[in-house]
Design a protein around this ligand. Structure first.
Ligand SMILES: [Zn+2]
Length: 292
């Protein structure tokens, strides 16, 4: 979706010579849309799969949009752990694995390999979800005890690094997109021990807040802090983290935040609008290009 896979189309943009043509059908140029959807071999896999996706009519839709439409639909209709959503990702991944086996292991293109791989990936993911359920229950319980809007992980102690974070965002018509900055200030016993800001490119304000939290956790980890308390002004984000049912646009950022929490003995993410002021100024500076 971010066009970073080493497909012929992307390698050529970087001046690397490739056979250009699709390794599976040998008929058309290899780009994201072709390999993952429009290739005649792959489109047969889609229609024969449990999802029964008719891929051939979608030729003018960018792949990113095509995938997002499906995920949104599946999450809306079946919930966050939609089995159809898992299958969608598994088939995409299985296509990539098969393509690489053809390229690097000199296997013959074989449409039966893809569903076989996908089935295995779905089984693995189901097992992972089952194991993950136990952890999630303990997170939501700690939230119920405290009605204040916050998400916690682990247990608190004496030295706690308090980090205020913020994102500043502005949509520019002329710049074909948006430009945003994030800022963070870390304190221990009211003394600033680190602060900084950075420019980011995401689509929405809540994504910027999420990235700011993630960056704050990375900075704290780099400063060897073991207990952190993060103050943000994004209620949406804290609610999403606490409930474990994140909206699609911030799902991957939230997942990264959960993972980052594991570096700490204690991690609290809390809504606080007063203290984030200084980080707000840093975020504005970053947006303006004045990264410190
Ligand atoms: Zn092809």
């Amino acid at each position: 979706m971010n066009k970073i896979l080493a497909l012929c189309s992307n390698l050529e943009k970087r001046g690397i010579e490739t056979p250009s043509v699709c390794y599976l059908c040998h008929q058309e140029a290899e780009c994201e849309e072709h390999l993952f959807r429009d290739c005649q071999l792959v489109s047969r896999v889609w229609i024969a799969s449990w999802l029964g996706v008719q891929a051939q009519g979608a030729i003018y839709i960018p792949l990113k949009e095509w995938i997002l439409n499906f995920v949104n639909k599946f999450w809306k209709e079946d919930g966050r752990e939609s089995e159809r959503g898992v299958w969608l990702c598994a088939i995409l991944w299985a296509i990539w694995i098969h393509r690489n086996n053809v390229v690097f292991r000199k296997e013959e293109p074989n449409p039966y390999e893809i569903p076989r791989n996908a089935e295995e990936l779905v089984a693995q993911e189901k097992m992972r979800l089952e194991n993950g359920k136990a952890n999630r229950i303990s997170i939501s319980r700690s939230v119920e005890e405290d009605k204040v809007s916050k998400f916690t992980f682990g247990s608190c102690g004496c030295r706690v690094c308090e980090i205020s974070v913020d994102g500043a965002w502005k949509k520019f018509k002329w710049a074909n997109g948006s430009r945003a900055g994030i800022g963070w200030t870390g304190r221990v016993n009211s003394v600033i021990i680190f602060k900084g800001c950075a420019m980011v490119k995401e689509n929405s304000a809540v994504q910027h807040e999420g990235l700011a939290i993630l960056r704050a956790l990375e900075e704290a980890h780099a400063h060897r802090e073991k207990k952190v308390k993060i103050l943000t002004d994004s209620e949406v984000l804290v609610q999403a983290l606490s409930k474990g049912t994140t909206p699609f646009q911030i799902a991957s950022i939230c997942q990264d935040i959960y993972e980052a929490c594991k570096f700490f003995n204690y991690c609290e993410i809390k809504v606080d609008r007063k203290i984030v002021r200084d980080s707000h100024d840093l975020a504005i500076r970053a947006r303006q290009g004045l990264v410190i």
